[in-house]
Write a protein that binds this ligand. Sequence first.
Ligand code: ATP
Ligand code: MG
Length: 431
Amino acid sequence: MSQTLQAVRGMNDILPEEAELWEQFEDMIRDWLRAYGYRPIRMPLVEPTPLFSRAIGEVTDIVEKEMYSFEDSLNGEKLTLRPEGTASCVRAVLQHNMLYEGPKRLWYQGPMFRHERPQKGRYRQFHQIGVEALGFAGPDIDAEQILMTARLWDDLGLEGIRLELNSLGSVEERQQHRAALITYFEQHADQLDADAQRRLHSNPLRILDTKNPAMQALVEAAPKLMDYLGEESLKHFDGVQAILKDAGIHAHVNPRLVRGLDYYNLTVFEWVTDQLGAQGTVCAGGRYDGLISQLGGKPAPACGFAMGVERLLALWKDQGNQASAVTPDVYLVVQGDAASRFAFRVAEELRSSGLAVLHHCGGGSFKSQMKRADGSGAPLAVIIGDDEVAAGEVTLKPLRDAVEQKRVALADLAEAVNNLIFSTEDDDGSV
Ligand code: ATP
Ligand code: MG
């Protein structure tokens, strides 16, 4: 016997119960984004590989070792499954000249692919909601993006997510800081681990992000970028912080927050929780003023963020939230040949009046069909036998309340069903 095939490691099936939870989450996300004027955009899952190496940076973890890249077997083109959405979004905006009439607020969602070691909260196919504001220069939009995420945590009823904030300054300021960092780490070369030694001249800023406990003291005492920020950068950073303060959002300024992608400048932020173990960052983003020109566009400022859907939903469930059950309004029970044809008319009639109908297909005894009806969670069974067909009627049997079943004419069906369902719901106080 051949073995059953399994999904690729680190890539998950999302089964119906879970998928319904995702849909409810996505509904909330859509409303939330609309309230801030963001419009949806959908990009391909596959992009030319150079898009990511140019946008994210050659010496980042993502480009060095996490990308699913391959050659198109027909024309040899180098392609990559997108590891993130910002680069694709900017590519699409430039390709379609979307900034010609002014700034744009855009959002997208969907799977991203990174070849990482799978563990709780870290997968090889995972999902992000990405939010990008393109063509905005001031600190107001950075602050608005942080504010709006805070509102989402509220809307979702999530607690204990804290804000980490930093400024990465300008390219020139980072270069000065980088030179100082290299000098500092060279003076302490004996204390660097292999990773840090490799990064010393390629990307010394990333050494600050090390998780190696043995290097914490060294990193703690390293030159701080904050001390290299000029007047303009500080003004922008102060601007962001002032708006957050007015909104009552506490930000922990973390000078070691550097982010794993090269395109950021000025504001960077992460929302972090301690409740998910090591994978505690649920949302991350910041400003990327250089990216648009780096990808060949007319220079324009921008900022954005991405949220990890799996991590947010895990947190949402850990904190005791539950998706509301998705059940049909009516389960249609059918006995006999004439009834089974009549049933299609009944089902369509009910659906035309806005009800969700689960039509029992596949026959079986009355008893077994009633069992299915009960298991479906529907508040009401509509029963059709040859008797009913002959009379042009159907039987309505409430499944969750001690209410007598009754027969109604087809013409009165939709109204009778709606009455029964709504009066049933009123009885137990729910809406
Ligand atoms: P990490 O430090 O956890 O690797 P990152 O800096 O690589 O995160 P970003 O590229 O900023 O992550 O992605 C934004 C968000 O997407 C993260 O904060 C996280 O919530 C989520 N995310 C990133 N990688 C994964 C993954 N492999 N599996 C699940 N979620 C992920
Ligand atoms: Mg990562």
